[in-house]
Structure formats: structure tokens, C-alpha cells
Design a protein around this ligand. Structure first.
Ligand SMILES: Cc1ncc(COP(=O)(O)O)c(C=O)c1O
Length: 465
């Protein structure tokens, strides 16, 4: 086997460049799980750097979770443990060879599991903390945890007051809590006509009706919402994902944010703002919870940034709702387990989490670019660093046929159907979760399969008279 040698740019810090090349090569499939990295001295000679530089690079790649060093044997590429964790989420088991772009998961990275392990070890050595973890705590969360989570959100460019923050078990829990606390069974809420399926199922569980508001390339149509408010009883609340609609990726324009707030004040409805799908600050608009703090509930979660399995999120609410939300949470499960919140608080303030976030943003940007290249010639929408890409199908193509044909070729994607509110018709389109592929190479393979099918569409398999 030929020795793997990274191609390094002329400038930049050498050890970091080598560590980064290792990460890129693993993502691209050039280095596979279990493969041994070149001996340090040989690589140093080939690259014209000192052995110390290579040692430092390997240590950095290990710190980031890409490789593991075995004393006396060398440094080896780690297995992709994170990817295997997706199995139970899918209705069918993930079989070898299947590329699943149907679920909005963060890109797998071995650093997630490695960092969690480090944090749990730290906690296991802290007697005071363990003592607190075995006791009941306040329903809205331990004050110190709320402070640390608020500080983290500020660091991410989402300044919130810790007094306004309630710890949840993730974004989905935040949605359910908001619906339960704000609306009574039988009442009506409103959302984009295509929206996050978790909102649709939470509304069904709470026996609420959802009105689908039409949308265009500026987001929710505010004239349509105004008509809805005027013609019938205004909705109790309007649910929005203003920075990127899930599935289409469309952001709500600044003008429409202002109009939404004006309508909410005029017709006295609540705004539930969901910011779970992470975007870097430069790509976000003005948060609604800042435009209308007195009537907006803001939902955030660690799921898309760190890991979905942690089940920790935040719900930021106006002062007059805090007691009610605390009581709702207490009625459900008393409190979110403080042990898990402590693990998250430690993780989010670690260098690991900052490195992971930097990597995530870079990786999502690369994946979006890759998808736009492979699907050049087709109309797509999605944020430059978002998880998803939305593909309205060319005239004459049916999404059900394409979803099926892709599945037969081991590629899983979603049609618009799960995102449709009520009995609204589904547009012929696909949502591709670029982030969910195990690697960029797998993503490219799936996109090529899709491009082939778009170029030569399969015949509809239906036989009917
Ligand atoms: C818009 C939106 N909100 C909420 C959630 C749920 O987040 P969590 O996994 O933290 O429950 C998701 C998950 O995909 C989402 O896309």
C-alpha cells in the first residue's frame, strides 16, 4: 500500500495543516477506519518538517477524535462510531451501503463521543456534583446551569437572560411545552404551510388544529396571516423557524419579521420561534425574541450543534409565562436530569465544543457547495451553512417515484409529504439532509445517483386501471 501523504498549502501553521488534512482525508474516504497513519519520522522527512511537528499534528487529530494512538504500534484512524448510532432512529435498520439523507442529523464526528467521555470522567471525580445530581432540583433547572447555558448562547450570538431560560429535554420538548402552556385543546395555531413535522405531531398530541399559512421566497406570507386573523378567530400562537424553514431553507425576511410582530401585537397571539436548526451568526436575521420579547418564546437545543442524544435544550420565555411553563414541566417529569445538564454545561464551555462547532460550520459549507455543484442546472434552495437542501422537481417528475427509485439504489431522502400541514397538497420536491451522510464521499455518491435519475427519470411503477 502506498503511504498516505497530505498535500499542504504553503502558508499556515504546519501542525494544524497536517491535522486538518487528516480530518479531510478521513471525511473523503482516503483514509479508512483502522488504517495506520504513516510513521512520524517518515512523514516528517517527506513533508520537510520536524518530527515534533508531526507528533503535535497527530496529537491534535487525536484530540479532535479522528485518530487514536496505541503505545508501541502507531496512530490509527478511529471507526465511525457516531454513524452507527443512527440505527434506531430510522424506521428500518441502517444497512451497510445505505446513504441516509432523510433525517436532519449533524454530520458524524468521532469527537462527539470522545468529548462526552472526557466530560463524564470529570463529573465522576467530582463528589459535590454527584451529590447534587442525586437530589431533586428546581423544575426550570439549577440556577447555575441556567447561567452557564445562557452564557453559551450569548457566545453563539443569541444573547438571553438566564432568568428567562428554562432547561428542556431538547427542541421537541420545547415545542411541546410551549404548545401545552399556551393553547387549550381544540384551539387553533398557525405555521408555515410546510413546516417541521415535530410541530405537526406535537399539535396533534395536544389536540390543536394547525392552520397552514402560504409562503414564498421571503418566508411566511404576512398578508395571508393577516387575512386568517381577520376572517376567523386569530390563532393562539404562530410557530416559525425564521432563519431557515424546515424543509425549504427559506428565511423570513426582515420586513416580514417586523410585520409578524405588528400582527401579533394587534391580534394578541404568541410567537414561538424555533432556532434549533443552527446557522452561524452572520447568516441569521434579527431574532423575534428581541423584536417582541414580551410575546415570543425562543426554542434552542444542543441537538444540531453537539449531539441529538444528549436531549438538552432551552426555552426562553417572557416573565409572565415562566411560572406556567415551570408548572407544565413539573407535571410532565418534574425536571430535566441535572447530571445530563452538567455534562452539557461542561462540554459547551470546552475547547472541544468550539473546535467541533468550527468544524461543523466548515463541513456544512463544503457539503452545500458540493451539492450545488452536483445538482447544477436544477433549482435548489437552502442556507449556505444549513443542514438541508430543498429540490423542487422539474416539470413532470413525481417525488414518490423518485424517492422509491432512490431507495432501490440505497439512497434515502424525504418527499414534501411529512412537512405538509393538515390536508394541504404536497409540492413535488425532495428534502436532502446533506449533513446526515457519514462522509462527504458518501454524500457525493448519493448526489450522483440522484443526478443520474433526474437526467433519466424512471417510469412510474404504478399499475392501475
Ligand atoms: C426545526 C426543528 N425544531 C426542533 C427539532 C427537534 O430538536 P431536538 O432534537 O433537540 O428535539 C428539529 C429537529 O430536527 C428541527 O429541525
Amino acid at each position: 500500500m502506498t503511504m498516505w501523504i497530505p498535500q499542504l498549502a504553503e502558508d499556515g501553521v504546519r501542525y494544524r495543516a497536517i491535522a486538518e488534512s487528516i480530518a479531510v482525508a478521513i471525511q473523503a474516504g482516503e483514509l479508512s477506519a483502522g488504517q495506520k497513519l504513516p510513521p512520524q519520522r517518515r512523514l516528517a522527512d517527506r513533508l520537510g518538517v520536524t518530527v515534533g511537528t508531526v507528533t503535535r499534528a497527530y496529537a491534535e487529530a487525536e484530540r479532535q477524535g479522528w485518530v487514536t494512538a496505541r503505545v508501541g504500534s502507531g496512530t490509527f484512524v478511529r471507526g465511525n462510531e457516531a454513524a452507527s448510532g443512527q440505527d434506531f432512529l430510522a424506521s428500518r435498520p441502517i444497512e451497510k451501503g445505505i446513504i441516509d439523507l432523510s433525517l436532519s442529523l449533524p454530520p458524524p464526528h468521532p469527537m462527539r463521543a470522545a468529548s462526552l467521555g472526557r466530560v463524564l470522567h470529570e463529573i465522576a471525580d467530582d463528589d459535590l456534583l454527584l451529590q447534587r445530581a442525586v437530589e431533586y432540583q428546581p423544575d426550570r433547572g439549577v440556577p447555575e446551569h441556567r447561567e452557564r447555558l445562557a452564557a453559551w448562547m450569548c457566545e453563539l450570538g443569541m444573547p438571553v437572560d438566564d432568568e428567562a431560560l428554562l432547561v428542556t429535554q431538547g427542541g421537541q420538548h420545547g415545542i411541546s411545552l410551549a404548545l401545552q402552556a399556551l393553547a387549550r385543546p381544540g384551539e387553533r395555531i398557525a405555521a408555515d404551510v410546510l413546516t417541521y413535522p415535530g410541530l405537526i405531531s406535537a399539535a396533534r398530541q395536544a389536540h390543536l388544529k394547525v392552520a397552514g399559512v402560504p409562503m414564498d421566497d421571503q418566508g411566511m406570507d404576512m398578508d395571508a396571516l393577516a387575512r386568517l386573523c381577520a376572517q376567523q378567530q386569530p390563532p393562539r400562537l404562530v410557530y416559525v423557524t425564521p432563519d431557515q424553514n424546515n424543509p425549504t431553507g427559506t428565511p423570513l425576511s426582515e420586513v416580514r419579521r417586523e410585520r409578524l410582530v405588528t400582527l401579533a401585537r394587534r391580534h394578541d397571539f404568541w410567537i414561538v420561534e424555533d432556532g434549533v436548526q443552527y446557522l452561524p451568526e452572520s447568516e441569521r436575521g434579527t431574532p423575534l425574541y428581541r423584536l417582541a420579547p414580551e410575546r415570543t418564546l425562543f426554542i434552542f437545543s444542543t441537538s444540531k450543534v453537539l449531539a441529538g442524544g444528549l436531549r438538552i435544550g432551552t426555552l426562553v420565555a417572557p416573565a409572565m409565562l415562566r411560572e406556567r411553563l415551570g408548572a407544565t414541566l413539573r407535571a410532565q417529569n418534574w425536571m430535566v436530569p441535572p447530571l445530563m445538564v452538567e455534562a452539557v454545561c461542561r462540554w459547551v464551555t470546552s475547547d472541544d465544543s468550539r473546535a467541533l462547532l468550527d468544524w461543523l460550520v466548515q463541513e456544512l459549507g463544503e457539503r452545500q457547495q458540493l451539492a450545488r455543484q452536483r445538482l447544477a442546472g436544477y433549482t435548489t434552495s437552502g442556507r449556505l451553512h444549513g443542514n438541508n437542501l430543498w429540490l423542487p422537481l422539474p416539470e413532470g417528475l413525481r417525488s414518490a417515484v423518485l424517492v422509491e427509485a432512490l431507495a432501490q439504489r440505497n439512497v434515502l431522502v424525504s418527499s414534501a409529504e411529512p412537512f405538509c400541514v393538515g390536508s394541504e397538497p404536497a409540492p413535488q420536491a425532495l428534502r436532502l439532509c446533506l449533513s446526515a451522510a457519514a462522509s462527504r464521499e458518501a454524500l457525493a455518491q448519493a448526489l450522483d445517483t440522484l443526478a443520474e435519475l433526474l437526467a433519466e427519470p424512471p417510469a412510474a411503477p404504478w399499475q392501475t386501471l
